[in-house]
Design a protein around this ligand. Structure first.
Ligand SMILES: Cc1ncc(C[n+]2csc(CCOP(=O)(O)OP(=O)(O)O)c2C)c(N)n1
Length: 237
């Protein structure tokens, strides 16, 4: 990590996740060979916080950009970081096809169930009855359907080697999240194939909650719809 102070709102867990990624890169000793691909969204300034080579992708395109970098530099460790609007809305095609092709990259997916950066609009991952600026009476499944379970969807593809969902709403879960992120990087280092970790994250500002209540909201509302666990660990992973 660099010394630059992070810009995140109080109680947002984007910073916790970026810190975990930095720790994993340090512990694996891969800083010099790692190339990160950043998103559009609240995590956009990760290029200021990680001291690794970096490429910015336009909204949703990080898996396609990471694919190109990894194919040109197969010996580098290439990973992307994306929010749920980025990866499960505008970038749905890119992530599904990168996973189906079995690209040898690692994708980190921060799911805060809302479009954070743009002011709290409904995302594909917004929970049924969750209030957002574009669903002020709560998400209506009859009108807007149901949240996308991307990790489960990717796990059934033959191209994926490792798919897991973790959360960072308390210290025990933060430690588990770090283990999964490390495993996803190890999958790539061991040339096993595509790996993805979805990380459930808070957004107190756009959920309209103080930080501690946001943690509780995640626990009470997100864990039941987005169960944690390893959805795919291919043979040898
Ligand atoms: C092509 C394009 N469309 C739309 C936008 C506007 N935009 C910027 S960030 C964002 C949503 C980000 O939400 P998410 O990916 O969930 O990340 P978060 O900010 O919640 O971490 C959108 C729609 C854009 N920058 N580029």
């Amino acid at each position: 990590m660099t010394d630059k102070p992070m810009h995140f709102c109080p109680g947002c867990t984007h910073g916790v996740i970026q810190r975990l990624v930095g720790e994993v890169i340090d512990e694996l000793g891969i800083q010099e060979e790692t190339i990160a691909v950043g998103p559009v969204g609240c995590a956009v300034f990760c290029y200021d916080y990680w001291d690794v080579d970096f490429h910015q992708a336009s909204h949703g395109r990080a898996p396609a950009v990471a694919t190109g970098i990894k194919r040109v530099h197969p010996d580098k460790v290439v990973f992307s970081l994306q929010g749920d609007g980025d990866i499960a809305a505008i970038g749905t095609a890119e992530i599904i096809h990168a996973a189906a092709r079995g690209e040898k990259i690692t994708c980190l997916f921060v799911n805060n169930s809302i479009y954070g950066m743009t002011g709290g609009q409904m995302a594909p991952t917004t929970i049924v009855s969750q209030k957002t600026t574009t669903s002020p009476w709560g998400r209506d499944s009859g009108q807007a359907g149901y949240p996308v379970k991307l990790t489960e969807m990717l796990a059934i593809l033959d191209g994926t080697a490792y798919c897991a969902r973790v959360s960072v709403h308390n210290p025990a879960h933060i430690l588990n999240a770090k283990k999964a992120i490390r495993k996803a990087f190890e999958v790539q280092l061991n040339k096993k194939g595509f790996s993805l970790v979805e990380i459930l994250s808070t957004c107190p500002t756009n959920w309209g909650l103080p930080p501690l209540e946001a943690v509780k909201w995640l626990e009470d509302n997100m864990l039941s719809y987005f169960p944690l666990g390893e959805y795919k660990a291919a043979a040898g992973v």
